[in-house]
Design a protein. Structure first.
Length: 168
């Protein structure tokens, strides 16, 4: 229901404070970053997110969720549009002066599945500060792929939200 984002990072203490709010049912710290990857002759922005077990559940349409280091699941629409296939290796780069391995363990990920995320319910995948500024798709990796000391976001479920109608 709620996504708290911080460029400075969020700690386990921040997660606990958010979860202790009277209107919050549960909260979960997680990780994400935007990267560039090659598609044909161009570079596209991909939003890489850590798989979360109890929130923002991914619907796998082909293959499976990542289990091992160096594996990813790609956005079903991005996979179709990019020409990548399950089994291919996708190479990621930071898109800035920062070294990608300061965020992620690897730069190469084998595609083991495709799917959909409840975080993306329209064709628009959002904006980014890298590449052309437009996110083309998402990738899911295991949380252990991120080498950060702090979370980049906290997801929270609002108390009573499941009983209400969305977008009203």
């Amino acid at each position: 229901d709620i996504k708290v984002v911080s460029t400075y990072g969020l700690t386990e203490e921040d997660v606990e404070v958010i979860e202790a709010l009277p209107s919050i049912e549960k909260a979960l710290g997680s990780y994400s970053t935007d990267v560039l990857c090659g598609v044909g002759d161009s570079l596209k922005v991909l939003h890489v997110m850590a798989h979360t077990e109890n929130m923002n559940l991914i619907t796998v349409t082909e293959g499976r969720l990542p289990k091992a280091e160096g594996e990813c699941l790609l956005d079903e629409d991005f996979l179709k549009a990019s020409g990548y296939e399950i089994g291919d290796v996708i190479t990621m780069e930071s898109g800035t002066d920062a070294v990608l391995t300061d965020m992620l363990k690897n730069t190469d990920y084998q595609i083991v599945g495709s799917g959909n995320s409840p975080l993306y319910f329209s064709l628009d995948r959002g904006n980014s500060t890298i590449g052309n500024g437009s996110v083309s798709g998402f990738a899911i990796v295991s949380p252990e792929e991120f080498v950060l000391d702090v979370y980049t976001e906290v997801y929270a479920v609002a108390e009573g939200a499941a009983e209400t109608t969305s977008f009203t």
